[in-house]
Design a protein around this ligand. Sequence first.
Ligand code: HEM
Length: 403
Amino acid sequence: MEQLTRFDPRIAPFSQSVKAMANPQAVYYDKAKNVRAERIEGVVHLYRMADIVAINRHPAVTGTGGRGGSFGNDGALIPLEIDGSEHKKWRRLLDPMFAPKQIARLEDSVRTLAAELIDKFAATGRADLAKQFCLPLPCLTFLRLLGAPVKDLDFFLEFKDGVIHPQGETLEEMNANMAVAGGKLLEYFANFLATRRAETEPADDIIAQLLHSEVEGEPLTDLELLNILFLFMFAGLDTVTSSMSCTFAWLAQHPEERRRLVEDKSLIPAAVEEIMRFESPVPGGMRYADQEDIDLGDGLVINKGEAMYPLWAAANVDPNAFDDPMTVNFGRRANHIVFASGLHRCLGSHLARLEMRLAVEELLARIPEYSIADGEELVYDNISVRNVTYLPIAFEPHNGASA
Ligand code: HEM
C-alpha cells in the first residue's frame, strides 16, 4: 500500500484539528477510549497504549524504513532514521554519553544556570517564562554539554525552529524552508568540525568524544558526525524547552498542586513525570510495517507496506492503561511513553528529566506563588512538539538572589 505523497504529521488532518488547543488531552482521551485505530489518509493512526507498545517493540516494525529526509536533511539522521542492526550500533556508541551517571554530573551547573536566569527577572514581578527561562535553560545546557558555541545560540534556535516548526502552508513550502534551515546548519557544522579536529587542547564534551570515537574499528566520518549533530540540535533544544513551558503553564493553572510541591520538594520528581504524562510534549511519531503484516490481535492487522502514526499523547491518557487518566495525580507511578518506547526510545530522557526537575525546584524555591498575568492568554502550539510559546506570569517581586 505505497503512499503517493508522503504523510506528514505536521499537516495531517488529526494534528491540525488540535493545533492550537490548550487541552488536546480531551481529544486524545476520546480517541483512546472509543477508537482503537483508524486509517486516515491511508495511515493507521494508533491511540492505545497496548498497541503502541507492541509495535514499538515489534522486530519487523521500522522507525523510518530507510526513508529519512523528513527534517530538511537528505541523509538519514542518526540514530532516529536508522533501523535494525545499524541502529543498535549507533545506540551502543551514544547511550553511554547520555547515561544517568554522566548526566548526574551536570546537576550543579544546571542548577546554577537556572538560578542565574531566574535572578534576572525575579525583581520585576513579571516574566515571559517561555522566553526567559524555558528556552535558555535547556538550550544553553545542551550547547555546553555538546561543546558547541553558546554565542551562536540564536543561529541554532533559528535552525531548530526552521526544521521543527517550518513556515509554509503546504508540504512543498515546508520542505523547501526546512531544506534552507538544514543547509545552513550543515555548512556551519562542516566548518566547526574542521576547527574542532584541529584543536590540540583536550576537551571532554560530546563533540570531542564523538571525534575520538570509533565504530566497528573506524573513526566517524564527517557525514556521520553531521547526521548525528543535525538530530541533536533539534532533539536536544526543542523538546525540553517545550516540556518545561507545558509544565510551568500547568503549575500556574493549578495553584493547589503547585503549593504541595513548594511545601514538599520530595514530590517534585514524581510531579514532573506525571505532568509530562498528561502534557505529552511529543504527540506522536511514525512507524512502518515494511516487512510483513503486523497482527495486533482482536482483528487489528497492519498490512505489509502500511505506515502508522502512533500517538504517544493518546496512549498516555488511554483509559485502558491508566485509572482516571485525565487527572494529574502526583501519587501515580505511571508507565507513560512520553519518551516513546522500544528501539527508538529517547536517547536524552535522563538529561531531560534532570533539567526538568532542577528547573521546577529552582523556580519554585524563588517564585513559589505565580499566576498567569492578568488579561493575558497562553499561546499553545501542538504541532510536532506541544509547547506554550507565550507564558506571561505575574508574581510578588523579590530582590536579591537565591532561596
Ligand atoms: C522532555 C524532553 C524530551 C522528550 C519529550 C523527548 C521525546 C522523544 C521521543 C518521543 C522520541 C522518539 C521519536 C520517534 O521514535 O519518533 C525521542 C527520540 C530521541 N530523542 Fe528525545 N525527547 C526529549 C529530550 C531529548 C534530549 C534532551 C535529547 C538529547 C540528546 C534527545 C535525543 C533524542 C534522540 C537522539 C532520539 C532518537 C533515538 C533513536 O532513534 O534511537 N531527546 N525523543
